[in-house]
Design a protein around this ligand. Structure first.
Ligand SMILES: [Zn+2]
Length: 380
């Protein structure tokens, strides 16, 4: 789902320009606050739009002139009437792009890198009204959806610094808030991976990306810029929203693709292997070849090599090269057929020798070593 909450922008409520523009962050949490101002019927916003705008302006003034901050400290404001307003400039447009604006609501860097929602009122024992609650659910759902934040990561201000905020009652309602957001999102809770994430699952992500041809750099379990770029390419390639964050849809596609059955190797590996075995630089050539095929194919190859050797390389005919040709030549020479040097190259001389041998044994004389000629030569 998309960002459905209706939020009044800083421009719309007549915010002062910030003293300084703030940089973007990659948010992981939503942080819930209360303004610690009077509850209805003495609430500052009076449940109407004009007063809501006025409240936003007065909070900005208090934060800038009173606290000396560069702008409003919070990212969003939810009034008693359920009217939602942008706090710090650009909070609304950036959250729709899965980013947040560095803010000042939570008293520490970790919290300030994620969006903070101020709820008008004092919720120590006072219970939030339905309109304000519904707007809070709507806004949290929109943020979780657009910024790929798990509802599990909806936190209270007190989870980040020593404070009573957002009041005992509202803090006690966070499990219900998370549950309602989960229900609205309609998807199971998900441990999103994003820039800054670390660990085994990130390592797995990097391996999956690499396996599908998206180079994420070193497989180090650290989700950095390289992993993000590779992920965005993957998401674009599969027509997913290219946010650079791994959610359930991206993960499903990553793992499904990698479980696709292996394509059969079109070349005959046994032939290729045998051909290079008789050439200079054979070890390098074979090493290279080995790196190009999966362990499953190599295993298959090894089984063939061990069990079906007399079947897989026959017939030998003019143009063939390798150890088996040399064996045929040595055997023919030993039996008295003159065909020149035993050099492992099936040329005209070898062919003539094979024809002479076939005639002598009453085998169809085509100059090709099939299984019958091979067996008759006592080479199997
Ligand atoms: Zn707070």
């Amino acid at each position: 789902m998309s960002f459905t909450a209706s939020v009044i922008s800083t421009q719309e409520w007549g915010a002062r320009p910030p003293k300084q523009w703030q940089s973007e962050t990659i948010p992981q949490y939503i942080i819930i606050h209360h303004t610690a101002t009077p509850n209805p019927p003495n609430d500052l916003s009076r449940g109407n739009l004009a007063s809501a705008r006025e409240l936003a302006r007065s909070i900005q003034q208090a934060h800038m002139d009173g606290f000396g901050w560069v702008d409003s400290g919070h990212n969003f404001l939810n009034t008693t009437g359920g009217i939602l307003l942008e706090g710090r400039h650009n909070s609304l447009s950036t959250i729709k792009r899965a980013r947040s604006i560095v803010s000042a609501h939570s008293g520490n860097t970790k919290g300030n890198e994620s969006p903070g929602i101020e709820n008008e009122g004092t919720f120590t024992t006072y219970q939030m009204g339905a309109r304000q609650w519904n707007s809070l659910v709507e806004l949290c759902t929109s943020i979780c959806s657009s910024a790929k934040i798990s509802p599990d990561n909806i936190k209270g201000h007190r989870d980040f610094s020593p404070t009573q905020c957002p009041g005992n009652w509202l803090y006690s309602q966070l499990p219900r808030l998370r549950q309602e957001v989960r229900k609205r999102l309609g998807e199971p809770s998900w441990d999103y991976l994003r820039e800054g994430s670390t660990g085994l699952k990130v390592q797995e992500l990097q391996q999956l990306l690499k396996a599908q041809g998206f180079n994420a750099g070193p497989i180090d379990g650290i989700f950095g810029a390289g992993t993000r770029e590779a992920l965005i390419s993957f998401q674009k390639f599969h027509n997913l929203e290219p946010v650079g964050i791994v959610g359930p849809a991206t993960w499903e596609l990553l793992t499904k693709e990698s479980k696709a059955p292996e394509k059969p190797t079109p070349i005959n590996l046994v032939d290729t292997y045998r051909y290079y075995r008789s050439l200079p630089h054979q070890d390098q050539a074979i090493d290279w070849l080995r790196q190009q095929v999966s362990p499953a194919v190599l295993e298959q190859f090894a089984q063939k090599w061990r069990n079906e050797i007399s079947q897989t390389f026959l017939p030998l005919q003019e143009g063939a090269v390798g150890l088996e040709v040399k064996q045929v030549q040595q055997r023919l020479l030993a039996l008295g057929f003159n065909l020149g040097p035993a050099d492992g190259i099936f040329g005209a001389g070898t062919k003539a020798g094979v024809i002479a041998f076939q005639k002598a044994k009453g085998i169809y004389a085509d100059g090709i070593v099939g299984s019958k000629t091979w067996t008759t030569l006592n080479l199997s």
